[in-house]
Design a protein around this ligand. Structure first.
Ligand code: ADP
Ligand code: ADP
Length: 232
């Protein structure tokens, strides 16, 4: 479903160029929970941001369902991004908007009628078990609750793919487990393919079917989680 084909990414900076990805090829299957693991600076975010074209690779191709999307622009790019939800370590909620408005946001910018967007947002808040917080502001919620709002927002456009960039790194262990269980439920019940960036082997073991290990921009290992993470 997601195919990365010989990706290279070079960032140009004043101090010189930095190669963040080198010869990265990966295939992520429909319905999988796929982990990208590696240390800080290894290139995980860059890799995952190539999937929704928040970063453009310097060379190589990105295929979604066999279609080369690498050079998508304009309307094609917007459609592609609508089909890919994303959540972040810092939740990235709009602080001045209520929980409900945060979840309605992707729907209203797409032009949905307000009452329809509201109904859908309330359904999504139900999925993440936060319907009772609809009229609160993010700062009134715990970290785990805020991440669940972000998950509801990411689901608003019915994405088939969700990118999770260190989504539990700001949470304590118990909250991490509950957010991971929610993501697993979304994967199973809604069939959303998950790409999970983490530096935590425990997180990868808890949720990922397969993982790729990235080091200095190079995939050094890839396979079923148990196999990759239990080898000496
Ligand atoms: P990770 O997610 O594994 O921490 P990143 O993909 O964020 O790694 O970064 C990989 C490397 O690319 C790092 O050395 C980082 O400093 C560099 N990098 C990331 N984004 C940029 C950018 N916009 N400009 C220049 N260098 C960048
Ligand atoms: P403000 O101007 O109020 O600070 P921003 O426009 O900078 O808000 O966005 C706040 C956060 O919401 C950002 O971290 C951004 O990543 C996230 N965000 C912005 N647009 C979207 C969107 N269409 N879908 C999901 N998250 C978004």
């Amino acid at each position: 479903m997601i195919e990365l084909d010989h990706l290279e990414k070079v960032y140009l900076a004043r101090e010189g160029s930095h190669r963040a990805l080198h010869d990265v090829s990966l295939t992520i299957g429909e319905g999988e929970i796929f982990g990208i693991i590696g240390q800080s600076g290894a290139g995980k975010s860059t890799l995952v941001r190539c999937i929704n074209l928040l970063e453009r690779p310097t060379s190589g191709r990105i295929l979604i369902d066999g279609v080369d999307v690498t050079n998508y622009q304009g309307r094609d790019l917007r459609r592609l991004r609508e089909g890919i939800g994303m959540i972040f370590q810092n939740f990235s909620l709009f602080q001045q908007r209520t929980v409900l408005d945060n979840v309605m946001f992707p729907l209203t910018i797409r032009g949905e009628k307000k009452d329809h967007a509201k109904k859908r947002a309330l359904e999504l808040l139900d999925v993440v078990e936060l319907a009772d917080k609809a009229h609160r502001y993010p700062s009134e919620l715990s970290g785990g609750q805020q991440q669940r709002v972000a998950i509801a927002r990411a689901l608003a456009n019915n994405p088939r793919i969700m990118l999770c960039d260190e989504a539990t790194s700001a949470l304590d262990t118990r909250t991490t487990v509950s957010v991971l269980n929610l993501l697993a439920k979304i994967n199973k019940e809604l069939g959303v393919t998950l790409v999970v960036i983490t530096h935590s082997l425990a997180v990868a073991r808890h949720i990922c079917d397969r993982v790729a290990v990235i080091d200095e921009g190079v995939i050094v290992e890839e396979g079923p989680t148990r196999q990759v993470l239990e080898n000496p």
